[in-house]
Design a protein around this ligand. Sequence first.
Ligand code: IMO
Ligand code: MG
Length: 409
Amino acid sequence: MRNLCIVGLQWGDEGKGKIVDFYADRFEGVVRYNGGSNAGHTIVIGGRMFVFHLLPSGYLKKKKLLIGPGVALDPLTLDGELQLVRNEGGEADLLIDERCTLVTPFEKQMDAFIETLRGENALGTTKRGIGPSYAMRALRLTPRAGDLVNGTFDMDAAISFYKTFMKDLPDLGPWKEESRKVLAGRTGNVGESIMAMNEAGHSVLFEGAQGVLLDLVYGTYPYVTGAHTIANYVPAGLGIPNTSLGDVMGVAKAYTTRVGGGPFPTEILGETGEKIRTEGKEYGATTGRPRRVGWLDLVGLKYAVRLNGVSELALTKLDILAKVKEMKVCIAYSIDGEETSNFSRALPKLAAAKPVYMDMPSFFGVELREHQLPGPAQNLVEFLENELKVKVTLVSMGEERSATMKRHA
Ligand code: IMO
Ligand code: MG
């Protein structure tokens, strides 16, 4: 069996954690390849909610967990998650790549500092230090996981750098000591480990964080995260051959959400938006912020499917659409009087894009039972398959692990 990448196709929060958990059984390991603790992956089992920020979502299926060198790692957040796991009587089987960029308290402070400098144009970052951590890696001013464990990195230049523009820098000593304890005995080479598993005939699941439209280069810049979110980044983010990427499953919500600033052509303001937000519990799993809510955007989805080479689709939260009377899908944008359904072309002017909608049969009041797809929902799924030219193989109709339905073998 081939490896599989699960990637978000919108602005994050598509339900990737739930889909990873659903699929994890078939794989030997679950691997995070990008982002950091800005992610919030939620899984609900028997009414209990688990939220992972750094620990791969395969934990609940007792899989080997790997955090690759493309991740910006905050050791203390990870420690908190490992502690929660221990409180449950569990122990994570975790390997952290020695080349992971670390997030120190300085990067978190810098994240907040830059947001303040931006004033009303703030990006609305999660303030988890993600952008600054990747930036500091590019400047070669931050230690990697292995550097901290081995004591082989001199932070003096970084500290002098930070002192030029930030006051009240905390003493890094306690952070170093605690972080070293978290990382010690857990670091190694994740790429080599994946290749060894593959060579032994076992496959792994790559768990994407964020979504395609938040990609640093291919998303809605500057309202994006600090690194790549696309599946194309898997081989580079992990140190494995391109041929090991395997299949790509895209995850999309049946509507759209976005946290933080930036253009959002299909945003719904007012009552319907509020209803979807409440029913869909659309509040950030990392920051608790209310998520902005909008209709499904086929223009963005087509772009994401094509760019990532998506081979199958998981559609989530269909049940929430049964709570609202209207049902629309955006099929094109109108920008300065011109219509386009090409997202790349629309990107530079996305803030001026007006959505062109197609009305769809409403789901309102339709009972979405587990393992049954009623007419209007079936209609939406088939419409998407036609438009996107990929099969919708999974449909999720509720937050419970059991509410995920397989459509094709
Ligand atoms: P998951 O994996 C939703 C957003 C932030 C902000 C922008 C930049 O749960 O889908 P950052 O802190 O990354 O520099 O913030 O990116 N963002 C997310 N939104 N889900 C996420 O992850 C996100 N990770 C970052 O809200 O707009
Ligand atoms: Mg999130």
